[in-house]
Design a protein. Structure first.
Lengths: 516, 495
């Protein structure tokens, strides 16, 4: 099988999986088996693409040509492979997690929301099938983003990703979900059309091509004030990167079921955004060109402001998922910052942060979801003492949080290290201070959770014996977390540590992107 | 050989089929004849396009009277393109009409409906194919009069006032056009388009020619519903039978835009229009106001048909905007959007026709939860709506792309124009998504018996929906035709 066939398969396999899921909608076991098999197959495909790319191959493929000279084309290059590896691996884990989550405790309120029209069982199954269906479509779109061969293709799949995740965000169809859906679509679509599309057509008008090329396509063709403006249009136009003030959609998306928040809104969708920013800086502008024109300096500080402000907002949020969402907003801007530093270390750090943050944050979301379905608690203030009942969950949360903060022995340490070095090399001492301050802030707002869990004193012990005596808002009794979900949590938490010991594959891919 | 006579057959076939529909009396038989006629019209239009693409301009002298004395039918790449658009929509909407009309029009009047419908098709094809300006006026009246009758057949009594209003405004427009044509005849002594194009430069400086230009411009802008001369359109579209709305929205205004391009670019010429008369400077603000204000008005509509009608006025603004760029890229955008907008609005109005067929209303509150009850219909509406918004992989995106590219090519303040086009796309998302949200994110509360629309409605609807996707993904050939037509228009008819 040639490498370009593999590229086609990386899109076709999730889409075909979606079709199978639709066919098996009344048979939950077979349906979920199909989901797992699809996810496993996709990861195998991406792994083979990785093997081809790691020896310097660049498989490519043209799918269609909507506008003369601007094809929809796929090409595998190291940065895209890194993103695809992370997304497809975590899709397997998330599918495991979802199986436990979505079937686990059908009478839990959040699940009840999720299956708002529980009434008939057949109807519920249909809605669950719809969940897996759009999930698979979203992954296909993510693969399209990862392997996009030109800016236009990237834009196409970016928009497809927005549209396929909309039904997932509004899954519960409650009034809150409808409102969140409006914010989600409104912000993402508006930024992508008004800024990003404008920037893309502008780029085309200047360069006459939209291909991703080493060293960029704008260098030598654009000059003066156009460069910083154009770069700004891209950075704000890629709304999925959640650079302030276009970040509101991400907390809004938290009304979705937790597996969606975990994979899409900590990994696939948001990383598609920062990935696109990196792609544009490296392959459209070229980092040397950006560094020479100084076009990105103002955007560095926008990213820095987002990092700090989002951390501060995270402090004020008592809802666990929303707090994690603001933490994501802050962390995404690390990658944007890495791109805007426009030097080799910054790009390496930004790319590695895509991977490291993905593993850390998905662990945190998995834990949040398990806490919700086991205890029906959604607020940070309700978690005191819960760590003694759910030691594995809170232990995993602790490891994930370490990785987000950037402390050894977790993978997050590496990406923060490179980003800090990159800031120094760019001569921006101020940015180093920002990075350190934000690490400190995240240390406080994230570590509060496991520390309170292990050492806090609960108002009433929420253990199994005291079931039913709890405060009303603390929800009812305690349910043992589903085994499938716990396996997923352990996997990602362990991965955070492994990535500290073996960051090599990701580092090598990124040096192929940014130069040694 | 029959192939030589294709240009006249294009018009004569539907013209002759119209009275036969009345004699047939049987609604089904009349419908079948109309379908047959519209399909052969499409066949003729396609073979004309193929001929023009391979051998260049096709000229046909009616009754063998050589032009400029006799009436000439003259097909070049521009009107071959528009003929294909009109005939395609006709070929898709006519089979749709058979089922749709049965539920919306009085049974006794159905044969009359097909007669008027075929006459309207005749008129539109005639305007497009003829190379004689007075002939344009004649066919304009044929298409307009039959259109008034078609609109008046709507179910609700307000259809009558809507048709009457259209009649008044349309007649004013037609009068202006005939005055303009008369003035040109006074100055040049000819009615043949190619002849006019050759003779006009000598008399450019005369005030009469400029007055004629003004009359023609206003008359045609009334016909194509350019803001602020659009007032007839929303009610006419909202109250007409569904099939008529789908047909008119996708063809009538497109043909009017073609007329404008033909007269102002081919006959008067690019130099006179843009440099002497400043056409671009007049059209640009009107187009921008049309796009912004009508998109805004559309957001607040509760009747979805009327919502789409206002959206149509905004979309016409996009077409005129492309013209006001006075560049090949801009004109390519205009010509592509003629086709693309026909596809998307056709699909959307046909989807609404399916809704009317089942629940009798397209009020937004009546469409609550319809996504589950009529999944194929509403899916068609979603795809058509996304195309209207201009999401990539649909035709709407391709036209938007060329419009924005045209604006950016001009640089400077035109960046603002590009920004307006993009912002109004977001407004389109708002009005489309209001319907989508109501249909999908709420629970159905209406009559339990409501089911999916019959196949006879869904198949034509989905044919257009799939065309929206196909030409959005593989637009190379279609863009090449549109670009060729744009270049032909910029060169002018004379040379």
């Amino acid at each position: 099988m040639t490498a370009s066939t593999l590229l086609l398969l990386s899109l076709a396999v999730p889409a075909a999986g979606a079709a199978v899921i639709l066919l098996l909608r009344y048979n939950p076991n077979a349906r979920e088996a199909a989901s797992l098999v699809t996810a496993g197959a996709l990861f195998t495909i991406v792994l083979r693409i990785y093997l081809a790319v790691s020896v310097g191959d660049r498989p490519a493929l043209v799918l269609a040509e909507p506008i003369p000279g601007i094809p929809i084309a796929l090409e595998a290059e190291p940065l895209g492979v890194l993103f695809a590896l992370v997304a497809s691996f975590l899709w397997i884990v998330t599918t495991m997690y979802s199986i436990g989550y979505m079937r686990g405790h059908p009478l839990r309120p959040e699940i009840r929301d999720v299956m708002a029209t529980l009434g008939i069982d057949r109807d519920r199954e249909k809605r669950q099938a719809r969940f897996y269906l759009f999930f698979a479509f979203a992954i296909a779109a993510v693969m399209g983003v990862a392997f996009a061969g030109n800016l236009f293709t990237l834009f196409v799949f970016y928009e497809v990703l927005t549209l396929t995740t909309f039904p997932l965000v509004t899954h519960s169809r409650s009034e809150a979900a409808r409102k969140a859906g409006r914010v989600y679509l409104g912000v993402l679509f508006t930024t992508s059309v008004v800024f990003q599309l404008l920037a893309i057509v502008w780029t085309y008008a200047i360069a006459g091509t939209l291909d991703f090329q080493d060293g960029g396509i704008l260098s030598g063709r654009a000059a003066g004030a156009v460069v910083p403006v154009l770069l700004g249009l891209f950075v704000f136009g890629i709304g999925k990167a959640a650079v302030m003030p276009f970040h509101r959609w991400l907390p809004a998306a938290m009304v979705a079921p937790t597996p969606v928040s975990a994979l899409l809104h900590a990994v696939a969708v948001v990383k598609a955004g920062v990935f696109a920013v990196l792609k544009v800086t490296v392959y459209i502008f070229g980092i040397d060109f950006i560094a020479a024109t100084g076009a990105s300096v103002w955007l560095m500080w926008v990213a820095a402001a987002t990092i700090i402000l989002a951390s501060l907002v995270a402090f004020t949020k008592n809802n666990l998922k929303v707090r994690l969402a603001y933490s994501t907003v802050s962390q995404l801007s690390y990658v944007v910052l890495g791109a805007m530093l426009a030097n080799q270390l910054g790009v390496v750090g930004g790319g590695m942060h895509i991977a490291m943050h993905a593993f850390g944050k998905i662990t945190l979301f998995f834990c949040a979801g398990v806490i919700i379905i086991s205890t029906n608690r959604t607020e940070v203030s309700q978690l005191k003492g819960l760590g003694r009942v759910m030691p594995i969950t809170f232990g995993a949360f602790f490891i994930g949080a370490l990785s987000i903060v950037g402390l050894p022995p977790t993978g997050g340490a590496w990406s923060k290290w490179f980003l800090g070095m990159g800031s120094l090399e760019a001569g921006q001492i101020g940015l180093v201070a920002v990075l350190m301050l934000s690490s400190l802030l995240s240390l406080v707002y994230l570590m509060e959770i496991p520390l309170q869990g292990f050492f806090g004193r609960p108002r009433r012990a929420p253990d199994r014996d005291a079931a039913g005596e709890d405060d009303h808002d603390h929800g009812g009794d305690f349910h043992t977390p589903p085994r499938w979900s716990m396996a997923a949590i352990i996997t990602t938490a362990v991965a955070c540590v492994i990535l500290f010991l073996y960051p090599e594959p990701f580092y090598r891919l990124m040096t192929m992107v940014a130069g040694p | 050989m029959i192939a030589e006579h294709l240009p006249i057959l294009q018009v004569v076939l539907p013209l002759l089929a119209a009275p036969v529909c009345i004699f047939l009396r049987n609604p089904r038989a009349a419908g079948a004849l109309a379908v047959l006629t519209s399909w052969s019209a499409l066949g003729i239009a396609l073979s004309l396009l193929r001929e023009v693409m391979s051998t260049g301009v096709v000229s046909y002298a009616i009754g063998d009277w050589a032009p400029p004395i006799g009436i000439e039918y003259r097909v070049d790449i521009v009107n071959a393109w528009v003929l294909v658009i009109v005939a395609t929509i006709g070929a898709v909407v006519t089979p749709y009409a058979i089922t749709s009309v049965e539920s919306e029009v009085d049974r006794k009047r159905i044969p009359l409906f097909y007669a008027a419908y075929l006459l309207c098709l005749t008129g539109l094809l005639g305007i497009t194919i003829t190379g004689d300006v007075f002939n344009v006026f004649v066919f304009l009246e044929i298409s307009s009069l039959s259109a008034y009758a078609l609109i008046a057949m709507g179910q609700r009594r307000r259809a009558l006032t809507a048709a009457f209003r259209y009649l008044i405004m349309g007649s004013v427009g037609a009068t202006f056009i005939v005055i303009g044509i008369g003035l040109l005849y006074v100055m040049t002594g000819t009615l043949n388009m190619a002849d006019l194009a050759a003779l006009l430069p000598e008399v450019w400086d005369s005030r009469t020619v400029k007055v004629a230009y003004g009359f023609l411009g206003v008359g045609m802008c009334l016909k194509l519903a350019l803001f602020p001369l659009h007032l007839w359109l929303p009610n006419a579209y909202a109250f007409a039978p569904s099939a008529v709305t789908a047909f008119m929205a996708s063809t009538a205004t497109k043909v009017a835009v073609y007329m404008l391009l033909r007269l102002f670019l081919s006959i008067f010429g690019r130099h006179f229009s843009f440099e002497v008369m400043g056409l671009d400077l007049i059209l640009l603000p009107l187009a921008l106001v049309a796009i912004v204000s009508m998109s805004l008005v559309a957001i607040f509509q509760v009747d979805v048909k009327r919502l789409l009608a206002y959206s149509s006025v905004a979309q016409i603004g996009y077409m005129i905007l492309g013209l006001s760029f006075a560049s090949v890229t801009g004109l390519t955008a205009t010509l592509l959007h003629l086709f693309n907008h026909a596809l998307m609005k056709g699909a959307l109005f046909m989807a609404l026709g399916c809704v009317v067929y089942r629940i009798g209303s397209v009020h937004i509150d009546a469409m609550v939860g319809l996504g589950k009850r009529m999944p194929y219909t509403m899916a068609a509406f979603v795809v058509g709506g996304l195309s209207l918004v201009g999401v990539p992989l649909t035709v709407g995106f391709v036209s938007k792309w060329y419009l924005i590219l045209g604006a950016l090519e001009k640089g400077g303040l035109w960046m603002g124009v590009a920004a307006i086009v993009l912002v109004t796309s977001v407004m389109a998302l708002v009005y489309v998504w209001r319907v989508v949200e109501v249909a999908y994110l709420r629970d159905f509360a209406g009559d339990e018996r409501v089911r999916e629309a019959p196949w006879s409605l869904l198949v034509p609807t989905w044919a257009l929906v799939l065309a929206n996707l196909y030409f959005g993904i593989d637009a190379v050939r279609i863009s090449a035709v549109a670009r060729g037509a744009a270049e032909a228009l910029m060169i002018g008819i004379g040379s």
